[in-house]
Design a protein around this ligand. Structure first.
Ligand code: GTQ
Length: 351
């Protein structure tokens, strides 16, 4: 339209919008394109953090604030394309937590589910509902939603791990609940390793007996490095690699064979030296830790070089192409578990 008519129409639109705004109404025709996008668009680009850079800041924080005073002494890895969100993806959180020798991070529980992937140190523990799991490098420890947890470091070295939580997922539903136990540590009510021997060996306590100790839906919380690394290693010696993943194993919940927790999935993969993975993209933005080796990741248009303990994020629907310059071992977690339940998950293999 042209001339005075178009102008009149424009004036009428502006008047309508101004009046509508008073009544909290907004025209969909101005918003639809950004609300219902043809493909995922909200997650920014690939980003990488070097462990040594984060560690430097974490140790400075360690001089200034105790774990007890902070409740959790953590540096949040905030995606620079999601400023203020405190998220590393639109649905997930990542942080690096430090506990110094002798410190305790006091007992609390919350509706958010958490995973811990150990990056440095040995001999600190997370206690889940009063059962300790002692940490070694690259162990995976879970604190599922609403289970009590405290962390402590009786060792003589700093202990650092990656926290992965579904904070932004829970926020979407405005379903956050949290409470403090009121004491630094949960009483030790269960011997160390109990969850693994009852639920982690293709066994479970006979139903209806008093030996059914942990929450039925989420009984296992300790997945030691020594076990998953051996599985990957032997797989790599006996199998052909998947063209997109190399050799990959997902951590599972023995209660139902599904994802480790309702909202988050986690896996490890090994790509042998010289392996060039075929490209793949998926609707679950994924946070990766380089456990061992070096290589490169092409994330959309961005090229990231990878080496030990780097942490990087691949936003939803960005094409990921990994290349291994030496045997490359990665840990990754994402919201795939939640997306599959909601019927949202998609992937595309190849270009
Ligand atoms: O260790 O319980 O990084 O509650 C953020 C929130 C860690 C924890 C985080 C938490 C924790």
């Amino acid at each position: 339209m042209e001339g005075p008519l178009a102008n009149d129409r424009q004036v009428a639109f502006e008047a309508l919008y101004a009046d509508m705004e008073q009544e909290h109404l907004y025209p969909l025709w101005k918003a639809l394109g950004t609300m219902v996008t043809p493909v995922p668009r909200g997650g920014g680009t690939g980003v990488k953090w070097r462990f040594s850079d984060i560690r430097r800041h974490l140790m400075r924080a360690g001089d200034l604030i105790s774990a007890e005073e902070a409740e959790r002494r953590v540096l949040i890895l905030e995606n620079p394309q999601l400023p203020g969100s405190r998220g590393i993806t639109t649905s997930l959180y990542a942080g690096l937590q430090l506990i110094l020798p002798g410190e305790v991070a006091p007992c609390h529980r919350h509706s958010q589910s958490a995973l811990r992937f150990v990056l440095e140190g040995e001999g600190a523990f997370t206690a889940v509902d009063g059962e300790k799991a002692f940490m070694h490098e690259f162990d995976l420890i879970l604190t599922p939603g609403w289970q009590w947890h405290d962390h402590a470091n009786p060792s003589s070295r700093p202990m650092i791990w990656l926290d992965g939580l579904d904070v932004q997922t829970v926020k979407t539903f405005d379903a956050s609940f949290a409470e403090k136990m009121g004491e630094a540590s949960h009483p030790e009510t269960v011997p160390t390793g109990d969850n693994v021997l009852r639920y982690g060996r293709n066994l479970r306590p006979m139903r209806g007996t008093s030996a059914e100790r942990r929450p039925r839906a989420l009984p296992l919380f300790y997945y030691p490095y020594a076990q998953w690394r051996e599985s990957l290693d032997r797989l790599a010696r006996s199998d052909e690699p998947d063209p997109h993943f190399g050799f990959a194993l997902e951590f599972t919940n023995p209660a139902d064979g599904g994802s480790i927790m309702p909202t988050m999935s986690a896996h490890v993969r090994l790509m042998p030296r010289g392996f060039a993975a075929a490209p793949r993209r998926a609707s679950d933005a994924t946070v990766f830790v380089v456990v061992e080796g070096h290589g490169s990741a092409r994330v959309g248009d961005m090229e990231l070089t990878l080496s030990g303990s780097d942490i990087f994020v691949v936003p939803a629907w960005h094409r990921l192409t990994l290349t291994a310059n030496s045997d490359l071992v990665l840990f990754g977690y994402s919201d795939r578990a939640a997306q599959e339940k909601l019927g949202l998950f998609r992937e595309a293999r190849g270009d």
